[in-house]
Design a protein. Structure first.
Length: 321
């Protein structure tokens, strides 16, 4: 009788556990049917999240459509801006050919994504080096400073002398990637297709570019106080429509894409060709002239190129689990 009772209890427990398992699986299936964003901070313009690996603040960029590149009228305006700044040098530099790679203007549709508010800093990149995931910058000084990357006084300044592969490696280490060229331009210009992150007129107070204290071809009418790179986020009035800082000036920024001519037709989530010769830096730098800091300006450099004026920021897609 005791044996029969034990068998009854065992079978009863087995039935209960089986029913519980089936209910649990059903619940899990229901949960899995709900699309939960990987970054559950929100899905509206103005939402932010802090990336845990490097404590970087990321900004949400809502899905949308914009006109990428420039039309003929914008090309004329860019050429004039170049002439106004360069004076006697304009004849050889400010030619239509200098801006043709920004054409044709074309419609781009993008899914939502997240992008870093500021450029990656020396302190943040150093963490990756110390973790053994990244290699140090090609040079550890800057244009005017013998010690830069290893000097903690410049910890919140943008990392420089990193080539495309080094930038991409860092972004992968923090669980992100380089933004596509279209994502970068959309984050800077927005649906209103601004020339600069803040609007359509150049404003020398809203960015770190080559002015009086710069040793390059400089604007001697203004001094922003920086002869080289500036701490990231030093020009909050130059923020873009999503709140991204330093998208004009300070350092040029690597993006994901291989360089290629623009298409004529509308495209959705473009990421450039599968292969190529050159990668693309965006945004202009502390060493650049105003026309080079326009949000449509495209660079073209070999992937192993590194310089005192090139850094990067990271992005991540809005991926559902």
């Amino acid at each position: 009788m005791i044996k029969d009772l034990k068998q009854f209890i065992y079978r009863f427990a087995l039935i209960i556990s089986t029913l519980f398992f089936l209910l649990l699986m059903g619940a899990c299936k229901s949960i899995r049917s709900i699309q939960i964003p990987a970054f559950v901070i929100g899905s509206n313009l103005g939402d932010t999240r802090v990336r845990p690996v490097d404590d970087k603040l990321m900004l949400f960029v809502p899905a949308g459509e914009f006109e990428m590149g420039i039309d003929d009228e914008m090309l004329k305006e860019a050429k004039q801006l170049c002439k106004d700044f360069l004076g006697d040098l304009a004849l050889t530099i400010c030619r239509n050919s200098a801006f043709r790679n920004e054409q044709p203007v074309h419609t781009v549709e993008l899914d939502s994504f997240w992008i870093d508010k500021t450029e990656i800093t020396n302190d943040q990149y150093r963490m990756c080096v110390e973790a053994g995931a990244c290699i140090p910058p090609v040079e550890t000084g800057s244009f005017s400073r013998e010690s830069y990357f290893e000097d903690h006084a410049y910890g919140d300044f943008p990392v420089i002398y990193v080539n495309w592969t080094m930038a991409s490696t860092y972004c992968a280490w923090v669980g992100a990637r380089l933004p596509t060229e279209a994502e970068w331009e959309y984050s800077a210009r927005g649906p209103n297709h601004f020339v600069f992150p803040w609007g359509n007129e150049f404003d020398k107070t809203k960015l770190n570019y080559c002015d009086l204290s710069c040793k390059g071809v400089s604007d001697e009418s203004f001094d922003d106080g920086f002869s080289d790179t500036a701490p990231v986020g030093s020009f909050p009035e130059g923020r873009s429509w999503v709140g991204a800082l330093d998208m004009a000036g300070n350092v040029r920024e690597w993006v994901h894409d291989w360089f290629a001519p623009y298409p004529n037709e509308k495209v959705r989530n473009p990421a450039g060709p599968d292969n190529g010769v050159s990668k693309i830096p965006r945004g202009g730098s502390w060493y650049d002239t105003p026309d080079d800091t326009r949000s449509t300006n495209r660079g073209e450099n070999l992937p192993d190129y590194s310089r005192h004026k090139v850094g990067f920021r990271c992005a991540v897609s809005q991926i559902s689990e």
